[in-house]
Write a protein that binds this ligand. Sequence first.
Ligand SMILES: *Cc1c(COP(=O)(O)O)cnc(C)c1O
Length: 456
Amino acid sequence: MLDDVLDDVLDATTRYAASILADLPTRPVVPGGDTTTPEPLALPVTGMGFDGALDLFTRRWAPGFSGSAGPRYLGFVTGGSTPAAIAGDWLATAFDQNPAASDGSSAPDLERETVRWLASMFGLGDEHSGAFVSGATMSNFVGLALAREWLGEQAGVSVAQAGVGALGSVKVYSGAPHSSVYKALSMLGLGRDSLRPVPTLPGREAIDVSRLAAELDGTPAVVVANAGTVNTVDFDDLRAILELRARNPFWLHVDAAFGGFAALAPDHAHLVDGLNEADSVCVDLHKWLNVPYDSAIQFTRRRDLQVDVFRNSAAYLGLPTGNPDFVHLTPENSRRLRALAAWFTLTAHGQDGHRRIVERCVDLARRLGDLLADTPGVRLLAPVRLNVVCFTLADSPTPERVAEAARRIAAHGETFLTPTVYNGQPALRAAFSNWRTRPADLAAIYGAIADACDGL
Ligand SMILES: *Cc1c(COP(=O)(O)O)cnc(C)c1O
């Protein structure tokens, strides 16, 4: 009976989705001020059918959704979805595989193939294995869980077995860590206080390696290096950090959530030189790979530790062997075949296609940076190193005035930027990571910013 309506449901959904995607370039980037959360609705006891559901959704909820998948949404580091990625994501749902374990499906092997492709794209060798997780926060979480297990190994205890109490005090060093690193440390029982911020270089978000060297005292520690900070896309000097590791035992985790994509562009690949030597690496995919949300990857050289941490032993699942199932590698057990969206876009566009997306975003960020550098009323806070422009008001950039600038920019409907604080300075960021953004979008983006800041 449900089968009878399936074709109609999918056809109607395709048509509706196509109309939404076609409107992306022209619809307001964030909904206008009169869009509010609809009145609560009780759980429908009698179903209204698919047509009724689609009709209700389009009237009641869709108008309040943002145009975050569109070309002029520059908040956070958002990315969009390539058509091939959307198709892969839809097919992951149609096939509804559970690549937790291999039994009866080749889906886990598709994930393994995609992991290998991505490793090679980011310059990681065969020593690195990996798995898909839901986002960079979970990727950082997994990497730091491995670091925790490694600290146990150094101390001759199994944290997975004995618990984090067996470890004693843990020191995690980082220059300008993403907020999710603190969250991961909290979830791991290491605590947010285990993070010891190390000063960054003057006027930079990159760690001062000499200050890091001075902190290291020969006891095993964790270093979280940053390859692409959110404010100014600054990169720690991985080679210099690696030299320290030759004399001091530490686990090197690199948060390359979006900065890892520098590896694709010959002009920028040097920024992630040394990435392959890291013990664990985080790369987000729902940002700059342009796959839908719910996708990131974690890499590590120590899959044995990963199995120690995430092993899920049950009689019917069997014990992990040489090629452990994903159920023994990731925080989840049952999981979505989120690799399929990445597989589709990598296959459809190839490494070259994705390099072009990266290079175009960098070029657009540079151009916006050049425009803003010549705009009275606006002051760039950092050179445009990759795909983010970080700037503030030239004149008394108080939190209130910068927030007002952000509100005015959003009110235009042309673009959306997110506020931040950089170096104690309230600021705005424009992050380019969507394949759809073209030079033609720049005029509208710049116009909205210049207009909003003019006379403030
Ligand atoms: C976005 C981001 C994260 C967190 O990613 P989620 O996908 O939101 O979990 C972590 N680190 C960096 C550097 C990021 O840019």
